[in-house]
Design a binder for this molecule. Structure first.
Ligand code: GLU
Length: 493
């Protein structure tokens, strides 16, 4: 059976930082489009001008590219269904609102904000759910046309049926039945002539021939409205998929601003840009977020192309998923181990550069096998490997002093170690380890006292990648110089 190519879209509002929720919907959209040989579209829903944040749109485009979820159509790549920014499509929405009015499915409303506010308060006092009371719905078309012609400000409201029920079908949740009397006459077009989400999204999904609408479950509340709008136009409905929400790590309640701030304190984030800065990889983030809402095995390590092979909308799940940052660490570290050395080198370099280090590419390629297994995030490369690129290291005096000995006794060890190493023509593991071990034997010291000193002296830190391999990469001259500096420090102590 051949599968019909899907047209999917991510339709974020540029109102803040791009977050994990957007990334996950975009991923599923992308997977479905690739799987079926269709297209994945970016549409910017920027009609709420008061909430638009400068730079947010660029952050979304950068975020999707960083994740590797390149859209086939969008504001900066074009496409034959454009424009892809809703503020550039005003006339399209106005024309469609007019069609609904003409068909008797919508009407102009002249109620002022003051009147609406008073109505809302009265309804609250009566313990009713706030809803429009239908005043302007009762106006005759002539009267409404006269007031429009007079220049009175107006909105266009959808005329919800008062009787009966609306049955809306969600692919993951089945039929959702709502009594129409519980629904509201929502505003479709605002007084400034811009549409609300309800009109704009429905019109665009139709005009752009979107086949599958995947979005967050926060839209379930107005889902019956959306279905009614589509039907009022007489259009075919897309496949609707309302995805699960993310819960806080504790599993109790939705991820909130406070939880997001706490995550940041712990070195995590739910914002894509932060994740990049914190050293998470697109592969790790995508693998992790893919599994929060997709019923495959929790530990499946997958690249995006493997996800494309396995993806079906039937395997998505509506159950909410608790955010588990330890799992993010796990997937990130796992993908780091799968990168080729060259690839990892290219990814680590910016973190070293950000630290003000001058990266020697040859050294970078050599040190990667020593640190790779220790990296959870890419920026861990600084704590494990910055010493490879520093001219000098600055160890703590206390760390240099061998365990159980004092500075004077450590100087003796340091001088001997220097002599032994200086006598070697090169600083390879094979040449250096045997004479140092022999020294440990004959001196009666223990291995840690000698090697511990050497590690701190050459790398500047107590914990490092394997000592001899590291020294080989640091090089003979630099190692000897660093040991001499350590001797000088101990002598002054
Ligand atoms: N602009 C909406 C949002 O950012 C998009 C919802 C949808 O995908 O339809 O939540």
């Amino acid at each position: 059976m051949s599968i019909k190519p899907a047209r999917t879209r991510i339709a974020p509002s540029p109102t803040g930082h791009m977050h994990l929720g957007t990334a996950r919907v975009a991923l599923y959209d992308y997977l479905l489009a690739k799987k079926t040989g269709g297209q994945f579209i970016l549409r910017i829903e920027d009609t709420d001008l008061k909430r638009t944040v400068p730079g947010a749109e660029q952050e979304i485009m950068d975020g999707l590219r960083w994740l590797g979820l390149q859209y086939d159509e969008g504001p900066d790549v074009g496409g034959k269904y454009g424009p892809y920014r809703q503020t550039e499509r005003r006339e399209i929405y106005q024309a469609h609102a007019k069609i609904l009015v003409e068909k008797g499915h919508a009407y102009p409303c002249f109620c002022t904000p003051d009147r609406l506010e008073k109505m809302r308060q009265d309804q609250m006092k009566r313990k009713e759910n706030p809803h429009y009371d239908g005043t302007c719905r009762k106006l005759s078309p002539d009267e409404a046309a006269r007031r429009v012609a007079n220049g009175e400000p107006y909105t266009i409201r959808f005329k919800m049926p008062y009787e009966g029920v609306t049955v809306a079908h969600d692919h993951l949740r089945g039929d959702i039945t709502t009594e129409n009397k519980q629904l509201n006459d929502y505003v479709l077009l605002k007084t400034d002539g811009l549409p609300t989400y309800h009109l704009a999204a429905i019109v665009d999904d139709h005009e752009m021939e979107i086949t599958h609408v995947m979005r967050g479950s926060e839209w379930l509340g107005t889902f019956p409205l959306h279905v009614n709008i589509v039907r009022a136009f007489g259009w075919d409905e897309p496949v609707w998929i309302h995805l699960s929400v993310f819960l806080k790590p504790s599993g109790k309640g939705k991820m909130s601003k406070r939880e997001a701030a706490q995550a940041m304190k712990d070195g995590y984030s739910i914002f894509i840009k932060d994740m990049q800065e914190l050293g998470f990889t697109p592969e790790g983030v995508l693998n992790w977020s893919a599994l929060m809402g997709w019923g495959v095995s929790e530990d499946d390590v997958m690249t995006v192309s493997q996800m494309v092979d396995r993806f079906t909308i039937d395997s998505l799940t509506p159950s909410p998923a608790a955010i588990n940052f330890q799992k993010l660490d796990h997937f990130n570290a796992t993908h780091i181990r799968l990168f080729t050395t060259e690839d990892l080198a290219a990814r680590l370099k910016p973190y070293f550069t950000r630290e003000g280090l001058n990266v020697n590419d040859e050294v970078l390629l050599k040190m990667i096998p020593l640190i790779r297994e220790r990296l959870v995030t890419l920026d861990d490369c600084i704590s494990f490997g910055a010493f490879f690129f520093r001219e000098n290291v600055a160890p703590n005096l206390e760390d240099l002093i061998a365990k159980g000995l004092d500075a004077k006794q450590t100087v003796e060890i340091a001088r001997r170690v220097y002599q032994i190493l200086a006598a070697q023509p090169d600083i390879s593991h094979e040449r250096c380890e045997p004479p140092l071990r022999a020294y440990v034997e004959e001196s009666g010291l223990n291995v840690n006292q000698v090697f511990g000193f050497l590690r701190v002296a050459t790398t500047g830190q107590k914990v490092s990648p394997p000592l001899f391999e590291s020294m080989e990469i640091i090089g003979r001259e630099t190692c000897l110089r660093r040991i001499q500096n350590a001797i000088a420090m101990l002598e002054k102590a």
